[in-house]
Ligand binder design. Structure first.
Ligand code: NAD
Length: 352
């Protein structure tokens, strides 16, 4: 199958390279890049320099009978129009996250794909991040008892990158950029409906869209989950902090540094008080070495190119999409509840 990439910017370039590498290592599903289309002539030129065909227009892509699928990696506001056109032309679709600008638009895109009988799969690639898979394993293995709270955080100090991400009309802002990934991961990890949602956006850089967000979700099963996206933090903070009834785990970053501290006993009988600032505390003193054990993280590595492989198998009719419509729409419903919460500065009680 030949895939044409629409939008050959940062992510489009990443996909071209990945698809070529996937194709080289998976002869069972022969996939190649048909070419790219980008409205920016400089990006078209950059593609030609890499030996890629640069289509002159999107219409040329859709008219090319050799193109079996398109991959949409444009700014967010034009995902939908390309998805409708691709479906009408009978091309399968990979769409970058966030699929659309709203849950209604996303529903229409799925309806168009279904009507045309083509596959539409959203590139929620962070489901195959090793750190995320490792958190899943930690919960499953029960290493730190019953997990009751998760902090999932990404922080940078570069503000909002590029031009379109700063503009509402193009679907800019960090909730739609990183929030969508972390919320998708959250809904994969927690087997429960939500009970309430509270969100705050930050506007440190004075742009018209959020440059960060903090989302607190309480689930019906009692799980508390915090999502933090910041672009103004010059100090590293753990990517994940996972709290269980018998211990705590930290994953520092995508390099999987970190570890697990597990309680050997419920109460530490040898605890000694410590000086703390201008005072004394037993409550906040570290546990004694005899009462805890340090364990390595139960590291899980993802299958390389798992998303492309799934898409190829879905198109071949062998499996169903790893990223399902209902899951994508649920993430959007949660983001819309977060938006309402942030605007009203209120906790929203909602089952999602
Ligand atoms: N899944 C991920 O990990 C991940 C990471 C980064 C970006 N993304 C997503 O990928 C998409 C693109 O982001 P990016 O970082 O590559 O942005 P980018 O600005 O680097 O690239 C976007 C490209 O699209 C082109 N373009 C703009 N309007 C177009 C149109 N109407 N038709 C064709 N081309 C057009 C631009 O010229 C540019 O080359 C976004 O939806 C973003 O959310 C996903």
């Amino acid at each position: 199958m030949k895939i044409a990439v629409i939008g050959y910017g940062g992510m489009g370039g990443y996909h071209v390279q990945n698809i070529r590498e996937y194709a080289a290592t998976n002869p069972a599903y022969p996939i190649e890049v048909a070419g790219i289309y980008d409205t920016d002539p400089q990006r078209a030129e950059a593609a030609r320099e890499k030996g890629l065909r640069a289509y002159a227009s999107a219409e040329d892509v859709f008219a090319d009978a050799e193109v079996g699928a398109v991959l949409i990696a444009t700014p967010n506001d034009v995902h939908a129009q390309y998805a409708y056109a691709a479906a009408q032309a009978g091309k399968h679709i990979i769409c970058e996250k966030p699929i659309a600008m709203s849950v209604r638009e996303a529903e229409k895109m799925y309806a168009a794909a279904q009507k045309a009988g083509v596959v539409l799969e959203v590139h929620q690639n962070r489901r195959w991040d090793d750190d995320f898979l490792t958190v899943g394993q930690l919960i499953k293995a029960g290493t730190i008892g019953q997990v009751y709270k998760i902090e999932s955080r990404v922080v940078g100090a570069n503000g909002i990158p590029g031009a379109w991400r700063k503009e509402r009309a193009h679907g800019g802002g960090m909730m739609l950029d990183w929030g969508v990934h972390l919320i998708d991961q959250m809904l994969q990890l927690v087997p429960s409906e939500t009970k309430s949602v509270y969100c705050e956006y930050s506007y440190i850089y004075g742009e018209e869209v959020d440059d960060g967000c903090e989302l607190h979700v309480l689930f019906e099963n009692g799980m508390r989950y915090d999502v933090v996206v910041a672009t103004d933090c010059f100090r590293r903070l753990p990517r994940w902090q996972v709290y269980g009834t018998e211990g705590t785990a930290t994953i520092e970053d995508w390099d999987l540094a970190g570890g697990v501290t597990r309680a050997k006993c419920k109460r530490d009988t040898q605890i000694v008080g410590v000086r703390a600032g201008n005072g004394f505390t037993k409550t906040m003193a570290q546990r004694s070495d005899a009462s805890i054990e340090e364990l390595p993280l139960p590291v899980v590595h993802a299958q390389p190119f798992a998303f492309y492989h799934n898409f190829a198998e879905v198109v071949a009719g062998k499996v169903s999409p790893a990223v399902r419509k209902e899951e994508v729409l649920r993430v959007f419903r949660l983001m819309e509840a977060a938006e309402r919460s942030a605007q009203a500065n209120e906790v929203i009680k909602i089952k999602i």
